[in-house]
Ligand binder design. Sequence first.
Ligand SMILES: *[C@@H]1O[C@H](CO)[C@@H](O)[C@H](O)[C@H]1NC(C)=O
Ligand SMILES: *[C@@H]1O[C@H](CO)[C@@H](O)[C@H](O)[C@H]1NC(C)=O
Length: 139
Amino acid sequence: MEWLLHIPLFLLTALSLVIQTQENQEAWRKFIDIEQDHAFFPQTLQFSIKQYNKNSNDKYFYKMTQLIRAQEQLSKGFEYLIDVELSRSICTKDIEFDPVNCRLQEDPELYKVINCTFFVFTVPWNGQYELRSSNCTDA
Ligand SMILES: *[C@@H]1O[C@H](CO)[C@@H](O)[C@H](O)[C@H]1NC(C)=O
Ligand SMILES: *[C@@H]1O[C@H](CO)[C@@H](O)[C@H](O)[C@H]1NC(C)=O
């Protein structure tokens, strides 16, 4: 979150003002494709996957194996539509997830890949992230 400190305060303030002014206008509500490293996207993506794991009944953590599509639209905050491919890792949820050591399952019985669409509402400058909907194939 330290990078947030490097965004000049007046920019954030200006942005909030724009958003407040536009709050009731539909013109801003249009999803457009964004890059993987776009402004608030990386932490939104991380949040979504973490939340997915928290909510799922699976004994193992899933990790992202492919980012299929990322879209953003401006509303009262930023809204994201994210399509990702997730794969079951070897790490069970009773331990801390470690991206390096949590390799993918190799046992064909346990190997599993799913695709998910996440809809996330965020107000990044307030630290607010909400996974509003999540649907995955064969989950
Ligand atoms: C996930 O989506 C990708 C890209 O559309 C596709 O190639 C892949 O087969 C899908 N995987 C599953 C498990 O549906
Ligand atoms: C999730 O639901 C949306 C809307 O019904 C659909 O367009 C999308 O393909 C679904 N995604 C997956 C991964 O099933």
